[in-house]
Design a protein around this ligand. Structure first.
Ligand code: 5AD
Ligand code: SF4
Length: 439
C-alpha cells in the first residue's frame, strides 16, 4: 500500500485544507505516514504570509531532492499559498517538484495525482475557481475531532497594504449555511464538541441574507455543540449584533481575537485598515461591559515601513490600555505585489527585532498579571491531548472557554472530554492546574 506524507504550514485555513486532502486521498488507497522516507507521495501545504515561512518551506522542499533519486516513483506536490503565488515558476525552480496546485484545486487533488502517475508529466494548476458560489465536497465521515475547524468563508477583499492573502486566496466567497450546518452536525454526531469557524474575515460572511451573527445563531442551536469559536473578525465590521451574540449564545466562547495590527492611527491608515484606535477601544469597552471576563487577544505587526519610535510607543500604550490576555506579534515582512512593498521607509532588521522584543516582554508581563488573577478559580476544560515537556507523570492539556491553556495531571481517558480544573499557578502563556473532582 503506498504511503503519503503531508506537512502543513501557516494558518488554520491550511490545517482545514490539509484535513480535506487526507479525506480525499483515502479512496486512492494511500496510508498516511509521519516518516518522510517511507512516503510515495509527499505533499506540502504552504504559507507565504511572511518571508520566513516561505523560506522555511523552500528549504524543506530543497532537501527532498535525494529522496526523489532513491525512489523513482515518489511524487512531490505543493499546495497552499506559495503554490498559488508562484505557480509554474516553482516547477522551473525546483526540478524534483512534480505538482503545484492552488488553493482552489484541493478537490482535484486525486485527479491531478492520477494524471501524474499515468502520464509521468509535471503539473502546475493554480487558476482561481470562477464560480461565484463556494461549496466544498468535504464531509466529516471518519474524522470528527473533538475540536474541529470549519471554513465558512474564503478569500479576502480588504487588501490591507501589507498582506498577500487577497492575492493568494482570491475574492471573498461564503459557504452556504446549510452546508456548514451539515458538516457541523455530522461532526457532532460522531463526537465533535467544539468548532472554530474559519475565514480571513469571518464577519464579512454573507450568504443569501445570512450575516455572520445570523449564522452564529443558527450554529449555536446544534444540540451537543458545547463551544463555538471563530477566527478572525475585522475590527471595522465588529458590530453591535456581534456583541449581542456574546450575550445571547451560551455556547459562544468568551474569547475574542480581534486583530488590531497597530496602536497608531497614521500607521493604521497606511496599512489600509479603515478604523481608528478609538473605534477599536470603544468596541472592546462595549463588549467588556456586556460580557465581563471575556478574554481578548490580537495580532500586532511591528516595524511597518515608516513606523516612528513614537508610533511604536502608541502600540505599547494600546497594550497597556486594553490589557489583552495574549497577542500574536510579527515583524513586518515585505511581500511582493502588496502596496506596502512599494513603501520606501523600511526599518532595519535590528530595529524590528528590538521593537518585537520590547512588545513581547511588555505583553508577557501583562499576560502574567492577567493570568495570576485567575489562580484559585475552577474552570471547565476541554482536554485536548497529553502535554509535552512537563516533568509530571501523565500530564494533559486543555483549554478553558476563554482559551486559556491549562496543564494538569490526569488520566489519558479524559482526552476529548470536559473536566473541571482548578488553576493552581500561572505563567504568561499557560497555567498549571488540578483536576477538581469535588465539583
Ligand atoms: N508581515 C508581518 N505580518 C503579517 N501578517 C500578515 N501579513 C504580514 C506581513 N506582511 C500578520 C497580521 C495578520 C496575521 C495573520 O499575520 O498580523 O493578522
Ligand atoms: Fe490580510 Fe487584511 Fe485581509 Fe486580514 S483583512 S487577510 S490582514 S488583507
Amino acid at each position: 500500500m503506498p504511503n503519503f506524507y503531508l506537512k502543513t504550514y501557516g494558518c488554520q485555513m491550511n490545517v482545514y485544507d490539509s484535513e480535506r486532502m487526507v479525506h480525499l486521498l483515502k479512496p486512492l488507497q494511500f496510508t498516511q505516514t509521519e516518516k518522510l522516507k517511507e512516503a510515495d507521495l509527499i505533499l506540502f501545504n504552504s504559507c507565504t504570509v511572511r518571508e520566513k515561512a516561505k523560506q522555511k518551506l523552500l528549504s524543506d522542499l530543497g532537501r527532498l531532492k535525494s529522496f526523489k533519486e532513491k525512489n523513482k516513483k515518489l511524487i512531490i506536490g505543493m499546495g497552499g499559498c506559495v503554490a498559488q503565488e508562484e505557480g509554474d515558476r516553482l516547477l522551473k525552480r525546483i526540478p524534483h517538484l512534480d505538482l503545484v496546485f492552488g488553493v482552489d484545486q484541493v478537490d482535484q487533488l486525486p485527479e491531478l495525482i492520477g494524471r501524474i502517475q499515468e502520464t509521468k508529466s509535471r503539473l502546475a494548476v493554480t487558476a482561481f475557481d470562477t464560480d461565484p458560489k463556494f461549496s466544498l465536497s468535504y464531509v466529516r465521515k471518519d474524522f470528527s475531532p473533538v475540536s474541529a475547524f470549519i471554513t465558512i468563508i474564503k478569500g479576502c477583499d480588504k487588501f490591507c497594504s501589507f498582506c498577500i492573502v487577497p492575492f493568494t486566496r482570491g475574492r471573498e466567497k461564503s459557504r452556504p449555511p446549510r452546508e456548514i450546518l451539515q458538516e457541523i452536525e455530522l461532526g457532532v454526531e460522531k463526537g465533535t464538541r467544539e468548532v472554530t469557524l474559519l475565514g480571513q474575515n469571518v464577519n464579512s460572511y454573507a450568504h443569501e441574507g445570512y450575516t455572520f451573527p445570523k449564522l452564529l445563531r443558527l450554529i449555536a442551536q446544534v444540540p451537543h455543540l458545547k463551544r463555538i469559536r471563530f477566527t478572525s473578525p475585522h475590527p471595522q465590521d465588529f458590530c453591535d449584533d456581534m456583541i449581542a451574540c456574546y450575550e445571547e449564545l451560551p455556547n459562544l466562547c468568551k474569547h475574542l481575537h480581534l486583530p488590531v495590527q497597530s496602536g497608531n492611527n497614521r500607521i493604521l491608515k497606511a496599512m489600509r485598515r479603515w478604523y481608528t484606535i478609538e473605534h477599536t477601544q470603544e468596541r472592546i469597552e462595549k463588549l467588556r461591559s456586556k460580557v465581563p471576563n471575556v478574554a481578548l487577544s490580537t495580532d500586532i505587526i511591528v516595524g511597518f515601513p515608516g513606523e516612528t519610535h513614537e508610533e511604536f510607543e502608541d502600540t505599547l500604550k494600546l497594550l497597556r490600555d486594553i490589557r489583552y490576555d495574549s497577542i500574536y506579534s510579527f515583524k513586518y515582512s515585505p511581500r511582493v505585489g502588496t502596496l506596502a512593498y512599494e513603501f520606501s521607509e523600511e526599518l532595519s532588521e535590528e530595529e524590528k527585532n528590538e521593537r518585537l522584543q520590547r512588545l513581547q516582554s511588555l505583553q508577557d508581563e501583562i499576560s502574567l498579571e492577567m493570568n495570576q488573577k485567575l489562580v484559585g478559580q475552577t474552570y471547565e476544560v476541554l482536554v485536548e491531548k497529553k502535554s509535552l515537556g512537563l516533568a509530571h507523570a501523565v500530564t494533559l492539556q486543555g483549554r478553558t472557554d476563554t482559551n486559556k491553556l491549562v496543564h494538569f495531571k490526569g488520566d489519558a481517558s479524559l482526552i476529548g472530554k470536559f473536566t473541571r480544573v482548578r488553576l493552581t499557578s500561572a505563567m504568561p502563556h499557560s497555567f498549571l492546574g488540578d483536576e477538581n473532582l469535588g465539583n
